[in-house]
Design a protein around this ligand. Sequence first.
Ligand code: BGC
Length: 518
Amino acid sequence: MPASRRGSGSVTLPTGQTLAIHTRIQGEEDLPHATKKTMADHLRKYESLFTLTPQRMRMIVEAFTETLEIGLNKPNQIVPMIPTYVFGWPTGQETGDFLALDLGGTNLRVCLVTLQGEGKFEITQTKYRLTEEQKQDDGQKLFDFCAECLKTFVDTNFGERDSALKPGQNLPLGFTFSYPCSQERIDHGELIRWTKGFGAANTEGRDVAEMFKKSLEKYQLPIQLTALINDTTGTLIASHYVNPRTKIAVIFGTGCNAAYMENVKNIEKINHLGIDPAAEMAINCEWGAFDSFEHEHLPRTKYDAIVDDTSNKPGEQAFEKLISGRYLGEILRLVICELIDEGVLFLGQNTYKLEKPYCLDTAFLSLMESDPTDELLMIIGIFTHFFALETTLAERQFFRALAKLIGRRAARLSSCGIAAIVSKMGYLEEGCMVGADGSLYNKYPGFADRVHEGLQDIFGEKGRNIITHHAEDGSGVGSAIIASYDKDQERRWIVHSCLNYRQDEGHCDSAKNRQIAM
Ligand code: BGC
């Protein structure tokens, strides 16, 4: 009779579900399981597939840096390096009440942000869950839903604050729309493509700010859309507002992207606009698209290729698909399914639950990596509770090691992106802070440490000069600060000189002269 051991515990999943584990571990010979040695052999194979050497990372950084330059020089590149028309850093003295609407990957959030100056703020917010249907339905309907939620929020929060809203007065709103949009002004944005599994019809190629304004009118809201921003741009500005050493912002969540502040003179593709070359403008890199279509630079495994081929956007967002929270669980699931097909894992058990695409949430990888018990009770709980599968300790150790390989690769690739911006901007010697946000960065155990380790592998000791920190709420606070830029006279001047030129387009010579004279 094999010895039996017991263990119990409970854990709250990021989805809000509580997973209670009461485990009785029988001997491992009642089902045909892979031996410890077999699992170790397999692990070696995956180690070589998912491990990035420092040398390989440096090659990626080189190609990445070049790609960033090309995106700044020429329009419509794969990594589009989008000029945001957000001019310069906040002073920290911005004040006032602003609304912020945040349409990210999972939720819709409405915030009322009161900027108090000196880098201080207060925030009141409500979250609304988006359904899968809303993500795929007609785009105008999605914006109507956003306006409807805003209306509920305004009615609730301003109903009694008559001093805040006088008749005819409009509230300024910053709309954080976290998808690639090419912009001609701060309150404009043509959706280049949906990412993160969204696919709402009749939206790609259209000005989403215009579509949203239409929805605002439909609900007769006393609101003026003053800025359309990306979450990375908001994060950059918000993090700098409270920590002026922040020069770069990154999001590692359902999607993955970065923003930084560029000198206008280096954004060659907009030189003809005649904007003061000495001004600074935030660039939304949209680096998730790095290596899309061609797949020349990134170490893609066959599992990554399957994730890509079966996505709603094959070929696109190649970098993001190796890193972001939307895909890591699926990569692990595909490896496990391969071993099921080869007859290595779960012989004699029904694996149908695990065969459903995207059923293995990236949150499970976090839990697997952070399981503190010797028996790996958390992993037992995940497999029995969600997939009705029994595992041996050797298998659980294998799953944990696999999660670690996939999570570590994501973090090290993220270091490559950060290193590319650092190299391009020459920030290594003086060092800089990188404001980082998103579920992977905030919740995945050891993600930040791995990013830092990656930066040192790329740059050596000097890599220590680049420090990531948990960012301020970019989509709320950042969006409000940017909406407040509209009141700023100097910035208005830059924007207007740029707009005047636009109205006068075709007179390139005068623009050039103006540029030289400035
Ligand atoms: C989008 C970016 C966004 C990032 C993080 C990506 O899929 O293309 O615009 O910043 O996700 O939310």
